[in-house]
Design a binder for this molecule. Structure first.
Ligand SMILES: [Zn+2]
Ligand SMILES: [Zn+2]
Length: 225
């Protein structure tokens, strides 16, 4: 099942409108796609209202699960928990946090704050993830992202290794900004194998993680199939 829980549109720094992104996902055979533009707290409500409307329209015509989401980016760590709670209240189906990637000066403490919030679903590109953080992800059912994106992917091996050791679930996301970034099953497999996962993990644990995530964000079993 091809799903992608981390994409950007013209509403932040991507080049596709939400509807074009969803339509391209339909054409590629995605079962589910989440739109997760970079956000702080200003304009969150308007953004989520707009994306929710687009997702509902797409779902009413096309066979895809289209989820309004958000990627909280460079927020002060102390503000992440409350922002995530507010986003869920405003209709975000999925909340991800822009983790401490090696290639940007993300505020220290971001990973820990994200993994401590019950309203965060995915910690994106966690960079120099610690064992403590990986254990927290496992305990709280938050997925750790293995990133297909240039730069953010530099720590994929570490994230996969510590995540597996701690029993945390992993998810491969594209972090799409442009059409050529979108996933295929083959590319997702290569990214996972490149991060050090084995064939059986790619075949069994990644799909199990996707199923767990869809369940976590409230997609019914019937729609997940
Ligand atoms: Zn990010
Ligand atoms: Zn992103």
């Amino acid at each position: 099942m091809l799903c992608d829980f981390h994409t950007h549109t013209t509403l932040s720094d991507g080049s596709l409108t939400p509807m074009e992104l969803i339509h391209r996902a339909v054409q590629r055979g995605y079962r589910a796609v989440a739109i997760t533009d970079h956000m702080g707290v200003g304009g969150l409500e308007e953004y989520l209202a707009l994306v929710t409307k687009e997702c509902r329209l797409a779902e009413s015509y096309w066979d895809i699960i289209a989820m309004p989401g958000v990627e909280f980016t460079h927020l002060p760590p102390g503000a992440i928990g409350e922002a995530a709670r507010a986003a869920k209240e405003m209709g975000a189906r999925l909340v991800i946090v822009h983790g401490e990637t090696l290639v940007e000066p993300v505020p220290a403490g971001t990973n820990l704050a994200a993994l401590s919030s019950p309203h965060v679903d995915i910690l994106a590109h966690p960079g120099m993830l610690t064992t403590e953080e990986a254990r927290l992800a496992a305990a709280n059912g938050i997925l750790l992202e293995v990133s297909a994106r240039k730069g953010h992917c530099l720590a994929n091996g570490r994230v996969a290794k510590l995540g597996r050791q701690a029993g945390a679930r992993l998810v491969v996301n594209s972090d799409t900004h442009h059409p050529e970034d979108m996933l295929t099953l083959e590319f997702r497999r290569s990214v996972a194998l490149g991060a050090g996962l084995g064939d059986s993990e790619v075949m069994e644990e990644l799909p199990a993680g996707i199923a767990a995530l869809l369940e976590r964000v409230g997609i019914s079993k019937k729609r997940r199939q």
